[in-house]
Design a protein. Structure first.
Length: 437
């Protein structure tokens, strides 16, 4: 096994460099590939709403990180998307609870696309006029999220589990919260969190470390920069629930449900526990588990039923979501299975299969430029490499899962969320005719 492990680590090895500015650069050259995927990421997400910058306290309304992501594409010279279009790159961005990522894929003019990306993020430009314009655009996006049953389930469960942690709030905020955003707020966020020492630049594909470093040099990222003194401010969050149960109605064809378990927050950088929790969920209700097969065979859930670990600073919870005409039956079967596995231990064969599946996912991602860059950026934001993740995964044993399961998924810290059909969903009509193959 150690010999096999060494081969896996060598396969996953990437080139890593911290620049004098504080920026972390990770590159995986992939000879023979025509495209390159680049991600510029900052440790700033929707939960970072209260912080102290030098001697100034800043308190943000919900949705600022996502709003800032939109505004970064606009400067005095116009729209960065138009500049990417001229280089032939396909650009995008997204905001999560704990990060914001700007990315593009290019098959040509990589240097020009890198300059657009680094200049766009490195030289923010905001006015009240452009902010007013963006509020209407993001308002429409917020309404779109309001129509997503999957997203409403996650948000509703977080509202039940947490009293004050900002994970309760939608990543995009509300129409009311974004209406209070000012240029000063956005500039404060850039100064605090868009500093190079808080960011990661990851590239995979038809490129080299030398090419990426040359782009950093052109954009002033090789020069030393003073580190901003930023302190995130968190409110105390008790381990009690804000609510045990919540029900809403939406235009859905089938009832949706979610179970959320509030867990003790994990220390910063503890990806081992997060990976272990994920393996436990795989053993309890993953595609290879007995419970999943029973639920699917009896038509109690759809194939999308499953569990996930949601972990950010000051927050860790385990969520199960799905669709079912008998959500309470599924809820009880899941609780019974958790109790059984807690008493008997995880199935050793299923644990090994799940662990091998995780290996496969880590290695498979190395063969795709987008997945490879995303994987490197995700782990680098937590201060780790893909090779270190493989080593951590190798060290996990079924006995570790048994021990962890004694501490998590406690019914006393469980909340339930239901989405019931409001009767307005339009179902496809059956015209009685058989479709051709």
């Amino acid at each position: 096994m150690p010999e096999k492990q060494s081969v896996l680590e060598q396969t996953a090895a990437d080139q890593w460099k911290v620049l004098p500015s504080g920026l972390t650069v990770i590159v995986r050259p992939m000879p023979g590939y025509s495209g390159t995927h680049v991600i510029y990421a900052t440790r700033f997400g929707s939960i970072d709403r209260d912080f102290r910058l030098d001697d100034k306290e800043v308190h943000l309304p919900a949705g600022v990180a996502h709003f800032l992501e939109h505004k970064m594409f606009e400067d005095q010279d116009g729209d960065a998307f138009a500049k990417f279009a001229k280089t032939g790159a396909n650009a995008n961005a997204f905001t999560a609870f704990d990060r914001t990522c700007y990315l593009f894929t290019a098959t040509e003019q990589l240097d020009e696309s890198l300059d657009v990306l680094l200049e766009m993020v490195g030289k923010p430009y905001f006015t009240q006029q452009t902010i007013d314009k963006e509020q209407g655009i993001i308002g429409q996006e917020i309404k779109m999220y309001d129509d997503s049953a999957d997203w409403r389930l996650i948000t509703g469960l977080c509202e039940c589990l947490y009293h004050s942690h900002p994970i309760r709030s939608d990543i995009a905020g509300t129409c009311e919260s974004i209406a209070t955003i000012t240029p000063e707020m956005l500039y404060d966020c850039c100064k605090a969190f868009y500093a190079p020492n808080n960011m990661v630049l990851a590239a995979a594909g038809n490129t080299t470390m030398e090419q990426i470093l040359a782009a950093c040099e052109r954009n002033g990222l090789m020069e030393p920069r003073p580190a901003e003194r930023v302190q995130r401010l968190w409110r105390d969050e008790p381990m009690t629930l804000a609510a045990k149960e919540k029900t809403i109605r939406m235009p859905v064809a089938k009832p949706c449900f979610g179970l959320g378990f509030k867990e003790e927050p994990l220390p910063s950088g503890d990806l081992r526990s997060e990976m272990l929790y994920d393996l436990i969920l795989c053993c309890i209700c993953g595609g290879m588990s007995k419970l999943y097969r029973r639920l699917y065979d009896e038509g109690l859930t759809n194939p999308g039923f499953g569990g996930e670990v949601l972990r950010v600073d000051g927050c860790c919870c385990i969520l199960f979501t799905g669709e079912s005409d008998a959500p309470d039956t599924v809820r009880q079967l899941l609780l019974d299975e958790i109790a059984r596995v807690r008493a008997e231990g995880v199935d050793r064969e299923i644990f090994t299969l799940c662990k091998n599946e995780k290996y496969g996912q880590l290695i498979e991602n190395l063969e795709n430029v987008e997945d490879s860059a995303s994987q490197m950026a995700d782990f680098a934001l937590a201060g780790q490499t893909v090779a270190q993740q493989i080593t951590t995964l190798a060290g996990l044993k079924a006995e570790d899962a048994d021990a962890a399961l004694q501490q998590i998924l406690c019914e006393e810290r469980m909340a339930t969320m239901y989405i019931q059909p409001d009767g307005t969903a339009v179902l496809p009509e059956d015209d009685g005719e058989e479709e051709e193959a």
